[in-house]
Ligand binder design. Structure first.
Ligand SMILES: N=CN[C@@H](CCC(=O)O)C(=O)O
Ligand SMILES: [Zn+2]
Length: 417
């Protein structure tokens, strides 16, 4: 049995295993121990505590001295689209030059641009590029990630995406959840036949996804001009027949009704939430559905940030995620998401860290295995460079404060700082 001891940790944070997502005042509580140790046995947290409680042992396979460093749970990124065939920086430059979203879409840009390129790519090519992105995410401290389909938009290409995600799950040390997002937009052939595309999702795609167990969740882009609340409900209910719980793109551009559908269906999460009013916030707060905020998408699209303070003060369970995708958030860096949430959305550092770790874990139902430091959970953690406080992490935005990352008992990065 391989044992690893991390000793003399200046401060170990994010301790314990809450039974439900953190809300309200609890979200700002980060349990911690100063001058701590962490003992790992065979990829799992075996014990932790204050240094003076450490029982002497004849020997450990590896001993790490973490003097001056903070140890915290690895990030849990519960909303990404990280399987894609190509970046879209040419659209980004067009937008800088003044083109509108509609003009870019008319030139074949947007989600349909990604879909064309993905349809032309092989499963192996998609796997190799997604694998590189995953490796990079792990180096930034992400230990669990949700990945959506939705750039296929045909039975063949949606299944190809989901098979890529299945291979990533099998090979990666990260905890990975797969979400079927066939209802991301309408493909050109179904521009004037929305019912026809929804029929294809329900009768051509879902039966194969169910039979091959290719997804854990079902998602719909519930938005004006995309899928209505009624269509969202119909598609999610069809997915639920195959055991897929709902995770919905809701209220990004408008009060779309996505939150209402999500709450009605008992969705695990409703994600985006740039556009919220008091009534919608109260409805979400009264439910078990997690509100996942994606601040880097709001930043990249120059939209108002999510109303984090109102959501937290109303007692909503909130999580933070990257939305990593080539169109609206070409970054999968959770450190940036946490900094932006504090700087732009006035979340306290402790709130942002909880929302990006344990609540993110709940938003992909991996809370029993990661998201906090607890005995029996996976050895998934970040060891920081030498810092003096937790608040320094979002404060010193843009700086890489990570010294080492361990995911599922493997070191995935190490600097000498
Ligand atoms: N909002 C919908 N979909 C994605 C990205 C869309 C795109 O590729 O442009 C999102 O979550 O932001
Ligand atoms: Zn998204």
């Amino acid at each position: 049995m391989a044992t690893i001891l991390v000793k003399n940790i200046k401060k170990m944070v994010g301790l314990g295993a809450p039974a439900a997502p953190l809300r309200g005042n609890d979200l700002s509580r980060v349990d911690s121990i100063e001058n701590a140790y962490l003992l790992l046995e065979d990829k799992v947290i075996a014990a932790y505590g204050a240094m003076e409680e450490l029982k002497q042992s004849p020997g450990f396979d590896e001993v790490i001295d973490a003097s001056g460093r903070f140890l915290m749970p690895a990030w849990c990124d519960s909303h990404t689209h990280l399987v894609f065939a190509a970046s879209r920086e040419e659209e980004f430059v067009d937008k800088l030059k003044g083109l509108t979203y509609a003009e870019i879409a008319a030139r074949g840009g947007g989600i349909l641009n990604s879909a064309r390129k993905l349809q032309a790519a092989s499963e192996d090519e998609l796997f190799v590029s997604a694998w590189k992105r995953l490796e990079e995410l792990a180096k930034w401290g992400t230990g669990a990630v949700e990945i959506k389909s939705g750039y296929g938009l045909s039975p063949e290409a949606e299944l190809k995406m989901l098979r890529v995600i299945k291979r990533l799950k099998e090979k990666s040390p990260l905890s990975i959840k797969a979400t079927f997002l066939g209802a991301h937009t309408y493909p050109p052939g179904y521009k004037d036949d929305h019912a026809g595309y929804i029929h294809s999702i329900i009768h051509e795609m879902l039966p194969v996804i169910g039979a091959e167990k290719l997804a854990d969740y079902i998602d719909v882009f519930c938005e004006h001009g995309f899928f209505s609340p009624e269509e969202t409900e119909m598609i999610c209910r069809a997915g639920m027949q195959y055991g897929l719980k709902a995770k919905i793109h809701a209220n990004q551009l408008n009060l779309s009704g996505g939150v209402e559908v999500g709450v009605k269906l008992g969705a695990v999460s409703v994600d985006h939430l740039e556009t919220m009013d008091q009534q919608t916030i109260e409805l979400l707060a009264s439910s078990d559905t997690i509100g996942t905020m994606l601040p880097t998408a709001a930043f990249f699209l120059r939209m108002p940030f999510q109303p984090a303070r109102q959501l937290i003060d109303a007692n909503c369970a909130v999580a933070l995620a990257t939305d990593f995708n080539p169109g609206s958030s070409p970054s999968g860096n959770m450190n940036l998401v946490v900094a932006m949430s504090c700087i732009q959305m006035k979340m306290l550092p402790e709130e942002a860290i909880n929302a990006a770790t344990i609540n993110g874990a709940f938003a992909m139902e991996v809370h029993h295995e990661t998201g906090s430091i607890a005995v029996g959970k996976k050895a998934n953690f970040i060891l920081t460079k030498e810092i003096n406080s937790l608040a320094f992490i979002p404060y010193a935005f843009g700086n890489n404060l990570i010294h080492r990352v361990m995911i599922n008992g493997q070191w995935v990065s190490c600097t000498n700082q």
